[in-house]
Design a protein around this ligand. Structure first.
Ligand SMILES: Cc1ncc(COP(=O)(O)O)c(C=O)c1O
Length: 426
């Protein structure tokens, strides 16, 4: 499948949305999701891993309820990173057996709730393990339990989203806490899972595979010892997410086909019935399925540089504004009738958000056609880690979110009303 949406297909959908009256005067910012593309991603993912694999799509990448509802009948599960996300999953109708609960800060209450619900829990620390062990003496639970292990294989190109360095705030480090880890797996027969996550974007396939390799060796060693003690083997192997996507139409990312193929080649027993695999891809599932349009409210022209005043900045694109080198997008311009503009202005553009601080600039020195007030800026590849990271600073209303499959459009989330906004601050 294509690694991202072609501008022609975006143009077609945009014009169709205009003709159907879906972009009203107040819709200065609108997000789109190509649901057919999203569905293809899930079906491809499922075709590449063994049938018993649970694909817990990382909810943080896109927690919109309508998106969760769309994924559910495709038999994708969900990975949740807080009790709030866990409750959202349950409310949407995800069975507990399709939910994976990760969080480094689970409270006693969160753990009790999760155990009573019966979701899979990845324990993040030895202190959390002690809490779970004590709760398990009082609670009968269907939950399966694993430990998040930091494989300490190193960091990728983006430090802020890498979590498998020598130090990480997540998981139990495999080298420095090896004895404690072994003791845990030999003490508790019910500890039947391991979990790793190396990072999100910026991690090469080799780094991800190295992480899996470290855990695979660990599990092989421990399972031999567990066997001697008549403990059931560790059989749940959660590889996390992290396969990077391309934010550039001319840069082809490592494919999921390749990644799954390498896992099967290097660690063949993970693809047999000895293991239930778990995956937690978020970015790979969502990012390339979405795009966002903002009306160009004003154009400022200064010597050597133009500035577009648009309707999204650090509220929707916090990472892009704070760390633009690591989070580049592609941009296109439509005229008022929805036609793609071509050509190249002699001066580049800064894409400035509406928020009240000078760092609220989505991208700098972007080469664009000549842009006029009332044109539309398209921000490509915005299907994940955008609306889920929305900031309330300056009280801007969240945008209308539209999903489409071919020429069928539906509102996934309505633009926030002033009353809803007011309620937030009450
Ligand atoms: C524990 C865990 N699993 C899965 C993911 C999803 O990662 P990605 O969206 O890069 O696949 C994350 C994101 O950081 C995570 O922290």
């Amino acid at each position: 499948m294509l690694h991202n949406l072609a501008i022609k297909s975006i143009e077609k959908a945009f014009r169709s949305a205009i003709s159907k009256g879906l972009i009203r005067e107040e819709d200065t910012l609108v997000m789109f999701h190509d649901l057919a593309f999203l569905k293809e991603r899930i079906l491809l993912l499922k075709s590449l891993f063994p049938p018993q694999t649970l694909h817990g799509v990382a909810m943080k990448a896109n927690p919109l309820k309508k998106i969760l509802e769309f994924l559910l009948p495709l038999r994708a599960g969900t990975e949740v990173a807080s009790v709030g996300e866990l409750k959202l999953a349950l409310k949407t109708g995800y069975p507990p057996g399709m939910i994976v609960f990760d969080s480094p800060a689970k409270t006693w209450q969160d753990l009790e709730f999760a155990l009573l619900t019966g979701v899979h829990i990845n324990i993040d620390s030895l202190a959390e393990l002690a809490r779970v062990a004590s709760l398990k003496e009082k609670i009968v639970s269907d939950s399966t339990l694993g430990i998040r292990i930091n494989p300490q294989v190193g960091i990728g190109t983006i430090a802020e989203s890498s979590v498998a360095g020598e130090y990480s705030k997540f998981g139990i480090p495999v080298k420095t806490k090896r004895e404690e880890l072994e003791a845990a797996f030999l003490t508790y027969p019910w500890l039947t899972g391991v979990h790793l996550h190396v990072g999100s974007q910026g991690c090469s396939m080799e780094l991800l595979l190295n992480g899996i390799g470290v855990l695979y060796n660990f599990v092989t060693g421990i399972n031999a010892k567990r066997k001697e003690m008549n403990h059931p083997p560790i059989s749940i192997f959660d590889i996390g997410g992290g396969l990077p996507v391309s934010y550039r139409s001319d840069q082809v990312p490592v494919s999921m086909e390749k990644y799954a193929g390498e896992i099967a080649d290097r660690f063949p027993s993970l693809f047999t019935s000895h293991f239930s695999l778990l995956t937690e891809f978020g970015r790979w599932v969502h990012v390339n399925a979405g795009w966002t349009v903002s009306r160009v409210e004003y154009v400022k022209r200064d010597p050597g540089i133009n500035t577009l005043m648009i309707h999204a900045g650090a509220d929707l694109f916090i990472r892009e504004c704070m760390n633009p080198e690591s989070w580049p997008h592609e941009y296109s311009i439509f005229d008022r009738s929805g036609n793609l503009k071509s050509g190249k202005d002699q001066n580049p553009y800064n894409l400035a958000g509406p928020l009240c601080f000078s760092g609220d600039i989505l991208a700098r020195n972007v080469v664009l056609p000549v842009v006029e007030e009332g044109d539309t800026l398209v921000i490509h590849d915005t299907g994940g880690y955008t609306i889920g990271m929305w900031s309330r600073y300056n009280s801007r209303q969240t945008p209308r979110v539209i999903g489409y499959e071919g020429d069928e459009f539906r509102i996934l989330r309505e633009r926030e009303s002033f009353e809803e906004l007011e309620r937030f601050w009450e």
